[in-house]
Design a binder for this molecule. Structure first.
Ligand code: 0O2
Length: 203
């Protein structure tokens, strides 16, 4: 079964539209400020298998309503910035987009998770007002946007990969070490931000 039913095409279209929008935003910002708003951007529609597995894990009925309305990350974007300040600048810009409503914010940068995970998560709602001949269906759609620095992204990718290695012999030590590295990287992010500020003040 495809848990997204007839909405798969629309989810793909929403992802494509948002990726284009953020790439254009970065280009305009680069032209105006001679530096990037973000370093890179990735996006995905959660795979059918992962969404089914997530519904089962959360004891939700495995259906399109759970996939699109209860879970709000069927479409996901990750914006990876060079500096912490740029994350908050991106969030300001998203808040100003007229066709987007932010329905949830989670600031795991100010309040890191106990394991050291840092990132800013937004759940946004976007409305597609009309059906079209390509099979896109009107309605309100949720998208999760994760914003993080390169350092936070490196850590999260490695930690995610290691989580799935089930033969870790000393999980407590590994967890403690991962937390230590996350805190060191967070400290580097603050230092890099300070260096950029110092350079700006020189000019
Ligand atoms: P995937 O495969 O990345 O999509 P939710 O589970 O979304 O209904 P929750 O738990 O409140 O609700 O979501 P939260 O805290 O906003 O986290 C959602 C996503 O953030 C996760 O998605 C991960 O991508 C990422 N994330 C959260 N915590 C961690 C962490 O400790 N380490 C890493 N590496 N990533 C994290 P999914 O659906 O779990 O997975």
């Amino acid at each position: 079964m495809n848990i997204y039913g007839p909405y798969q095409v629309t989810l793909d279209k929403i992802l494509e539209e948002l990726l284009d929008r953020f790439k254009n935003l970065n280009s305009s910002y680069q032209q105006e400020h001679h530096q990037s708003l973000f370093e890179h951007l990735i996006g995905r529609v959660k795979s059918n298998e992962s969404m089914i597995e997530k519904c089962q894990r959360k004891n939700l009925p495995v259906n399109t309503h759970s996939a699109l309305k209860v879970n709000k990350d069927s479409v996901g974007l990750r914006i990876v910035c060079n500096f912490i300040d740029d994350i908050y600048l991106c969030i300001d810009m998203i808040e100003q987009m007229p066709d987007i409503t932010i329905v949830k914010k989670k600031d795991y940068i100010t309040n890191a998770k106990p394991n050291g995970y840092r990132s800013y998560h937004l759940i946004i709602e976007m409305e597609l007002p009309e059906a079209d001949c390509e099979g896109n269906l009107p309605g309100k759609y949720y998208v999760e946007i994760q914003l993080r620095t390169i350092a936070m992204d490196t850590w999260a990718s490695l930690e995610h990969e290691m989580k799935y290695k089930h033969n870790i012999k000393n999980p407590e030590l590994i967890g403690k070490e991962l937390k230590r590295v996350a805190d060191e990287l967070a400290s580097c992010d603050v230092s890099m931000q300070t260096i950029r500020q110092l350079i700006r003040e020189e000019n």
